[in-house]
Design a protein around this ligand. Structure first.
Ligand code: C2O
Ligand code: CU
Length: 457
């Protein structure tokens, strides 16, 4: 992507704060998210605007901001051509029927219809929302946005900035490549783009003063790209992952962000003229965001305090139900056979069905859950990545912690990245009754087989 330094179009963010359109019919929640075709200037201004699908006409969708403990309510209006849609509130603990996953007895919202979502906001943190129907196509076309739930007592910082990282597969004329679910994407690293945006634009800039402390809410909404982030001219402390605060803020110089993952950092600006957030790709480093700096150098401050923890259920590792989830398939390790739609199939039949990946020998949604848990029960899952690709696995409705070899617990997360050949164990405690999806958030992989579910009774 071109990394020039022209002024960022201030309208990109200003419009995100504009009041939401009111619906045509009665008793709607105050917030409406209307999914519809739109055009958006993703590329630099010498390119045409890109035809996208967007919430309320903007990319990313409106940033929704609420206080912890509030009742959240939003109406989805589906104005998409032909496709049914839903909204999944990624990372939130909510009642199962508000989770936005079609199937399991619920259905997606057809074009021309609407659906009202309503649930209490239990956790403070950085979350996001996106469709969970034809997800690869709908998310790739631009449907996603951030949901910030503010702490009752927000930390003392100078700026609170959301950076939505996304990538797009664009043609020469800045149109999105059609062909969502090409076999090569499905069987390799997914629909990787060729153009990266921050907050829906190509040159995101925000001025700060030296020694300012900004809370950066970093959100990866891409369907395949893993961002390898670096701080230049700022000191960063990681304060939360996937919405959940760390017990102790951790100084970091780089952050790996897989699709769907979030990281909240406190960045203290130290650059004399500018500070940068960059991303590394092989030997190259690209600028993602620029913070021009000004003002006198001020004394350094003490490390930031931890955010107040969310009230997550305790883990009982000793009494936990243990499960193994073996991830297989994809290019170079092709599935010899797997079960799909209740039938054992060979490589060719699977490929004809667009299936390239399996969990425990099943490609696509299995008839039976990976585990059945009662409310309050802890589950330990050993994830074995036997494929030649990295995968970011997401569990709905729950956060989990990685269990280290010595029993040491990692930070709470809702999406975990497993590199090729890696095995890791996670543990979580079942909370809300219902059927919860567990799938790869590289959405091409989800579509091509990597999904399962967990039942909580
Ligand atoms: Cu972010 Cu199953 O989703
Ligand atoms: Cu995957």
């Amino acid at each position: 992507m071109p990394l020039t330094r022209r002024q960022f179009l201030a309208s990109t963010l200003a419009s995100a704060a504009a009041p939401l359109a009111s619906p045509a019919f009665g008793a709607a929640p105050a917030q409406v998210l209307r999914a519809a075709p739109a055009t958006w200037q993703l590329a630099p201004p010498d390119y045409p605007a890109t035809p996208v699908w967007a919430y309320n006409g903007i990319v990313p969708g409106p940033e929704l901001r609420h206080r912890q403990g509030e009742m959240f309510a939003a109406r989805l209006e589906n104005a998409l051509p032909e496709q049914a849609t839903t909204i999944h509130w990624h990372g939130l603990r909510l009642p199962n029927d508000m989770d936005g996953v079609p199937g399991f007895g619920r259905s997606a919202t057809p074009p021309g219809e609407s659906f009202d979502y309503r649930f209490p906001l239990r956790d403070a943190g950085t979350f996001w929302y996106h469709p969970h129907a034809s997800s690869l196509e709908q998310v790739s076309r631009g449907l996603s946005g951030v949901l910030v739930v503010e702490e009752a007592d927000p930390p003392d910082i100078d700026a609170d900035l959301t950076l939505v990282l996304d990538d797009w597969r664009m043609t020469e004329t800045a149109a999105l490549h059609a062909g969502f679910g090409a076999f090569h994407d499905l069987s390799h690293a997914g629909r990787l783009g060729n153009y990266v945006t921050v907050n829906g634009g190509w040159n995101w800039t925000h001025p700060l003063r030296r020694r300012d402390r900004a809370r950066l809410r970093l959100v990866n909404t891409a369907t395949a790209r893993i961002f390898d982030l670096r701080a230049r001219g700022m000191t960063m402390w990681l304060i939360a992952l996937d919405g959940m605060p760390l017990e102790t803020p951790q100084p970091v110089t780089e952050i790996t962000l897989a699709p769907a993952q979030r990281a909240d950092v406190v960045a203290e600006i130290t650059g004399a003229d500018e500070s940068l957030l960059t991303s590394r790709e092989g030997d190259e480093e690209f600028m993602l965001a620029r913070f021009p700096t000004s003002g006198p150098a001020r004394p350094a401050r003490a490390a930031p305090a931890a955010l107040p923890p969310n009230d997550l259920p305790a883990l009982d590792l000793a009494a936990a139900q243990t499960v193994t989830m073996v991830m297989e398939g994809g290019a170079m390790r092709w599935l010899a056979s797997a079960r799909h739609d209740g039938v054992e199939m060979d490589t060719r039949a699977l490929a004809d069905a667009g299936q390239f990946w399996a969990f425990n020998g099943t490609a696509g949604m299995p008839e039976n859950p990976l585990a059945t848990l009662s409310v309050g029960e802890t589950c330990r899952i050993t994830l074995e990545n036997r494929t030649a690709f990295p995968h970011g696995q997401h569990l709905h409705g729950h956060h989990f912690r990685a269990v280290g070899p010595s029993g040491r617990l990692g930070p709470w997360r809702d999406t975990i990245l497993l590199n090729a050949g890696e095995t890791r164990e996670i543990a979580f405690t079942a909370e809300e009754p219902g059927d919860w999806m567990f799938h790869c958030h590289m959405l091409s992989h989800q579509m091509a087989g990597m999904m399962t579910w967990i039942r909580v009774v």
